[in-house]
Design a protein around this ligand. Structure first.
Ligand SMILES: [Fe+2]
Length: 238
């Protein structure tokens, strides 16, 4: 983890290959329950984002870690993005249905959240966990041949949140695009990468701009999907 934290500190982003989360093999490969399949199934119950175009289905929760390490989930503070960072759909308080227990109690999701918390605590640049709002967004980009899926904003931007993890859960093989872009200024692209395998992860902070290219479907009559989990850490008074 140390190298990924260093890279985030010096370069404003970090790419973590899915193999890093190898302990997850024990969780979803245990044979008792198929947590990965349960997590994937959760994407079938999201809602089409009513606040922006782009064929994205989503679900949202905030979470906190109690002293004994337990994670609790709810809507603790209103969720909105500022116009400064999102001129597209900023300044609107957005209500999304709370993610169900079947998702928030999922062992794989809990593992990712705990690992992201440890990462942010070791990173140390955005203060204590108690002074941060922690969020989880499930996003499904669902594209057809003539109906792409795309993020809001679609161009290079910085997020409101101080640190954001993008964990890939699933991407269909008929997907076009979905590439992540890192840029030091809107005119200087530094890196293009694609989250391809389960749990491939991108972490970003406020130092660089980022974007993800629109998702299309390469085959007429099929549907392409890109399922991700965003885990966000936001300074309450930041
Ligand atoms: Fe973003």
């Amino acid at each position: 983890m140390t190298d990924y934290i260093k890279h985030l500190t010096s370069e404003g982003y970090s790419y973590i290959p899915g193999e890093y989360y190898k302990a997850l093999d024990k969780i979803y490969g245990s044979g008792e329950r198929d947590y990965l399949q349960e997590l994937k199934n959760g994407y079938n119950n999201l809602i089409l984002d009513p606040y922006s175009l782009g064929n994205r289905w989503r679900g949202y929760a905030q979470f906190r870690r109690l002293e004994d390490g337990t994670l609790i989930f709810g809507h603790f503070t209103p969720y909105k993005q500022t116009k400064k960072y999102n001129p597209d759909t900023g300044d609107i308080i957005r209500n999304y249905p709370l993610l169900p227990n079947s998702i928030t109690e999922n062992a794989i999701l809990q593992y990712l959240l705990n690992d992201d918390i440890i990462f942010v605590e070791k990173y140390g640049k955005i203060g204590n966990l108690e002074d941060l709002t922690l969020g989880i967004h499930l996003f499904r980009y669902q594209a057809k041949f003539d109906s792409p899926a795309y993020s809001s904003p679609v161009w290079l931007h910085k997020d409101d949140e101080d640190v954001v993890f993008v964990h890939l859960i699933n991407a269909s093989s008929n997907m076009l695009g979905g590439d992540s872009i890192i840029a030091s200024t809107p005119a200087k692209i530094e890196r293009v990468l694609r989250l391809e395998k389960p749990f491939d992860t991108l972490v970003v902070n406020h130092d660089k701009y980022h974007a993800v290219t629109p998702v299309g479907c390469s085959i007429n009559g099929e549907i392409a999907i890109r399922d991700i989990i965003l885990v966000t850490f936001h300074k309450i008074n930041g």
